[in-house]
Structure formats: structure tokens, C-alpha cells
Design a protein around this ligand. Structure first.
Ligand SMILES: CC(C)(COP(=O)(O)OP(=O)(O)OC[C@H]1O[C@@H](n2cnc3c(N)ncnc32)[C@H](O)[C@@H]1OP(=O)(O)O)[C@@H](O)C(=O)NCCC(=O)NCCS
Length: 152
């Protein structure tokens, strides 16, 4: 199944808000459940727009009909240490288990760290050592490799 990504837009907030009010999805994230009004998400998006140098937030789109099905993010980007926090949510539960999580992770990590090939950390994250109940995977590139490749 094809996956497309693009930066999140204000128009995505209605669907993102629906996921954030879905207790089953929130439970997967290991987060506390709160009822979240659309106004709160509007403020969250406004804040993101002021911090785009430290975060990349992409909407995951169904490659066929363009429906927004999830989000994949790099946040707390530290350009000197070349580190960031990775997070992902597929809010449309009918899309779980179709390989889109792996596809989105590869796309984001290539964009953020290499722009050419997945780092060894990707296979480590998604392979046997994948943390089952963690939504944040810390990723670092060794400085020698980082210097010879693109920057964030
Ligand atoms: C977790 C999530 C991103 C996985 O995406 P997905 O498209 O359903 O997963 P994929 O089909 O790409 O599965 C790839 C691999 O990840 C594994 N996997 C799926 N969900 C997993 C989870 N929650 N924890 C660990 N591994 C998981 C699959 O078993 C599969 O492993 P395999 O290749 O060894 O068979 C998605 O199910 C989701 O967003 N769930 C709700 C929110 C969430 O849990 N976000 C992550 C926070 S920890």
C-alpha cells in the first residue's frame, strides 16, 4: 500500500483531534487520556508553526485517496548533537498492521538524518530491539558519519 507524506496543515486538526479523543489510540501512546477541545489543538498547531526549526511534523496520507491516516514526527531536534525524538501515530485504526508504520519511519528518518539511506539505528529500532511500549526512539548518528552526510 502506498504512503504519501506532507507537512501537517491546520485543516488536518479536526481529524487529529478525533484521534486525540480516542481512548484506544491514546492508550497505545502510553499517555494519559484527556478530553481535548479543538481550540486546544489550534493553539498546539500555532506553537508548532513558531518552532519549525526544532520539529518536523508530517501527515501520513493514504496513497490512493489522500485521506489523512496518521502523523509521524521528529521533535526536539538538536542540530549540534544531531539528535531528535521520533514519534508516530496511525489514528485510523483500520490502517494498522499494513506496513505503513515502517514506511513512515523510513521516510522520516531518511528525511531527517540521511536523505539517502536508512541509518543502522532504523533497523535496530524496527528490528528485534524495537521497544514494544515506547513511543519515543532516541536516534543519534555518529559524528564521523554525520559530518560526511547531509544535515538536518
Ligand atoms: C504502532 C504503529 C505506528 C505501527 O504501525 P503499523 O503500520 O500498524 O505497523 P506495521 O504494519 O508497519 O508493522 C511493522 C512491525 O511493527 C510491529 N508493531 C506494530 N505495532 C507495534 C507496537 N505498538 N509496538 C511494537 N511493534 C509493533 C508489527 O508487528 C510489525 O512487526 P514485524 O515486521 O516483525 O511483523 C501503529 O499501529 C499505531 O500508530 N498505533 C497506535 C499508536 C501507537 O501505538 N503509536 C506508537 C507509539 S508506541
Amino acid at each position: 500500500m502506498a504512503l504519501h507524506v506532507r507537512e501537517i496543515e491546520r485543516g488536518d486538526l479536526a481529524v487529529i483531534n478525533r484521534w486525540r479523543n480516542d481512548a484506544e489510540v491514546v492508550a497505545c501512546l502510553g499517555a494519559n487520556f484527556f478530553f481535548i477541545a479543538t481550540e486546544i489543538d489550534g493553539r498546539w498547531y500555532d506553537r508548532y508553526l513558531t518552532e519549525r526549526d526544532k520539529a518536523v511534523r508530517l501527515a501520513m496520507l493514504d496513497g490512493v485517496d489522500g485521506a489523512v491516516i496518521g502523523c509521524v514526527n521528529l521533535t526536539n531536534i538538536h542540530r549540534i548533537n544531531r539528535a531528535a525524538e521520533f514519534s508516530i501515530v496511525i489514528g485510523e485504526k483500520s490502517y494498522w498492521g499494513r506496513g505503513l508504520g515502517v514506511a513512515a519511519a523510513e521516510t522520516m528518518l531518511k528525511h531527517g538524518f540521511l536523505r539517502s539511506e536508512p541509518p543502522p539505528h532504523l533497523s535496530r529500532c524496527l528490528g528485534d530491539q524495537r521497544p514494544r511500549n515506547s513511543h519515543l526512539w532516541e536516534m543519534r548518528l555518529p559524528r564521523r558519519r554525520a559530518a560526511s552526510r547531509g544535515r538536518l
